[in-house]
Ligand binder design. Structure first.
Ligand code: UD1
Length: 421
């Protein structure tokens, strides 16, 4: 099994290209199920999660061709030949539930296994199901599967989410494009990935208004056509690589980065003593002083501080001057990186959803284990800052969401390589 070996202590300089967003691509791909005509996605990231979604869509009868070394995905769902999303594929990735809304909307029936995914909390799909029920779906949960039917098709409805869910908003949005009448999604997620999905669906002929705000209105249409759409920049990959020069010094330009993708996160970097400026090609990041300031972080839905950058931010704050408090409000079990960072000399106390990090002058390299996608990259960031050698094992988590991480970091001067255990 692969491991990543990092020798810390080198300042970084140069440019890192940021890929298309994994989370946007994972919701744009199932949108192919809404139409008989082809959907072409450009700027697609090359990741194992994308391969899993490809496998899932293919199992339903869609054709997915990966072109230009995986950066272009040509999807076509001329006919849906199988209406069951099987447990064997769905368990690998929670985003698999996103085939439910589109398949149900187009075909009037679908069977989808309840998903697995990262082990960062209970992560139920009740909001997805309630939204589809409000649109007239009849649901039956049997043997670990959701059996969904909408005889006569889905109907427009007012769906008020009790709290913000990115996935439930995406599922409901896709389903509503083919429902009869008007659907209003209240307390909808405002993430850039939702905006990207709405823009793509509009190119396919959907009538949508209000994406990027908490109320999205969808006027159902009879059919959707084909489209070509570039996947939005990955704001989580962007934020992760912004933290690299922040943690080990130097100056790095992130190609394709934009400030509006990372609002609250940039404000926290500024507080910590990191300079971020826009350039014609992206964002430039440099650390102002020798040691960063401690800052407090609360994770929230967009535009708040993203939960998907909490682990990486913790890695930075491990060497801050002072005490930082990180409060995780999205997922209840998302501090699994804390004990691993502690093995590298960090001082972290976790109580429920709050982690208190007392900054130390230096981290020390150690063998550590990745526990989930964002935790694994936080250990690499910590390794870049640490004295000596860090070996990160279980990097298959990393490959779900970061394309060529060791190549991108080596190109800006990091001492990092992938080795076979
Ligand atoms: C998406 C992202 C993930 C990110 C998360 C929050 C993808 C593929 N994944 O996940 O990287 O960390 O948004 O920004 O886009 N919940 C329920 N019932 C539901 C749905 C969600 O209780 O039916 C809860 C979840 O357990 C969690 C919270 O709502 O506590 C937010 O989850 P949600 O926004 O739905 O996350 P995902 O769409 O799964």
């Amino acid at each position: 099994m692969d491991q990543i070996l990092v020798r810390g202590g080198r300042p970084l300089s140069g440019t890192i290209p940021i890929a298309g967003a994994k989370n946007a691509c994972l919701t744009l791909m199932p949108a192919t199920l809404l139409s008989e005509e082809p959907l072409t996605l450009t700027n697609a990231p090359r990741l194992s999660d994308i391969a899993t979604m490809t496998q899932l869509l293919a199992s339903l009868g869609a054709e997915v061709a990966s072109l230009q070394s995986g950066q272009v995905l040509a999807l076509s769902s001329h006919a849906i030949t199988n209406h069951t999303a099987d447990y064997d594929i769905v368990r690998k990735m929670r985003a698999s539930i996103l085939v439910l809304g589109p398949m149900l909307a187009r075909e009037g029936h679908a069977v989808v296994s309840l998903p697995g995914g990262c082990a960062i909390g209970a992560r139920p799909v009740d909001l997805h199901l309630k939204a589809l029920e409000a649109m007239g779906a009849e649901l039956d949960l049997r043997d670990g599967y959701v059996h969904a039917k909408a005889s006569g098709g889905l109907k427009g409805a007012v769906v008020a989410f009790p709290f913000v869910s990115v996935g439930a908003t995406e599922n409901a949005l896709m389903a509503a494009t083919l429902a009869k009448g008007t659907t209003v999604l209240k307390n909808a997620a405002r993430e850039p990935e939702i905006v990207d999905l709405a823009q793509c669906l509009r190119k396919m002929g959907a009538h949508i208004e209000g994406e990027g705000t908490s109320t999205i209105t969808i006027e159902g249409v009879d059919r959707l056509g084909g489209a070509t759409h570039p996947v939005v920049t990955d704001r989580i990959e962007l934020g992760t690589y912004m933290l690299a020069p922040a943690i080990c010094g130097g100056e790095v330009e992130l190609l394709g980065g934009r400030l509006n993708l990372v609002g609250a996160f940039v404000a926290k970097l500024d507080e910590a003593g990191i300079d971020v400026s826009e350039t014609p090609r992206g964002l430039k990041v440099a650390r102002r002083n020798g040691r960063v300031n401690a800052v407090n972080v609360v994770t929230e839905p967009f535009p708040g501080f993203p939960t998907d950058l909490q682990a990486q931010m913790m890695a930075l704050l491990c060497t801050a001057d002072g005490v930082s408090v990180l409060e995780e409000r999205i997922f209840e079990n998302r501090f699994m990186h804390a004990p691993e960072l502690t093995r590298m000399g960090a001082k972290i106390d976790v109580h429920g959803g709050t982690a208190t990090v007392t900054g130390v002058e230096r981290l020390r390299g150690a063998p550590v284990m990745a526990t989930d996608l964002r935790a694994s990259v936080s250990l690499i960031l910590a390794g870049l800052a640490a004295e000596g050698e860090t070996v990160v094992s279980r990097v298959y988590h990393l490959d779900r969401g970061y394309e060529r991480v060791e190549e991108k970091l080596r190109a800006v001067g990091a001492d990092i390589e992938r080795v076979q255990a």
